[in-house]
Design a protein. Structure first.
Length: 159
């Protein structure tokens, strides 16, 4: 195994373990529990689920893997705070969308070669990437893993 393969294995082992932990917790929580706030005055679990879908949807664009699957949810779950949008998708619709999105992302991630992970993502210009080569596609996976773990910690408070 060369250094690139080792680095990729480390990052994707963490990514996959984090997804597994989120999924396990999500499957343990009832729809009613997801309607609760993680703390008084804070986001509800249902909002966090929608937020994770919207954030991971953005990954498709950042990694140059196609368009968002749920483009309308960006406004609802990223641009707007919880409870500011009158109607949001049901918990069941969000659960189904999460599973679908994870499968799509998994398939598209598998299509990248090891070297592709060190190419720039779409939010950085070619000129800036020369100066900041760490702003690559692999870094998107690293930051999204951290983000997922943060919100997993919040969801635990609903148990």
């Amino acid at each position: 195994m060369n250094s690139t393969d080792i680095i990729l294995k480390m990052v994707f082992d963490r990514w996959n373990a984090s997804l597994k932990a989120w999924d396990k917790l999500l499957n343990e929580l009832t729809d009613e529990q997801l309607q609760k706030e993680v703390a008084p005055g804070k986001n509800r679990g249902v909002y966090l689920l929608g937020h994770m879908i919207a954030v991971h949807d953005d990954m498709l664009v950042l990694l140059d893997m196609g368009e968002r699957l749920y483009p309308d949810w960006h406004q609802t779950f990223i641009d707007s705070p919880d409870k500011s949008v009158a109607v949001i998708p049901s918990v069941q619709e969000l659960r189904d969308s999460w599973r679908n999105q994870c499968e799509v992302i998994k398939q598209r991630l598998e299509n990248l070669s090891p070297g592709d992970w060190f190419d720039r993502h779409t939010a950085i210009s070619a000129e800036d990437f020369v100066k900041e080569p760490h702003r690559n596609k692999l870094n998107i996976i690293v930051t999204r893993t951290t983000h997922l773990n943060y919100h997993t910690g919040q969801l635990i408070l609903l148990k």
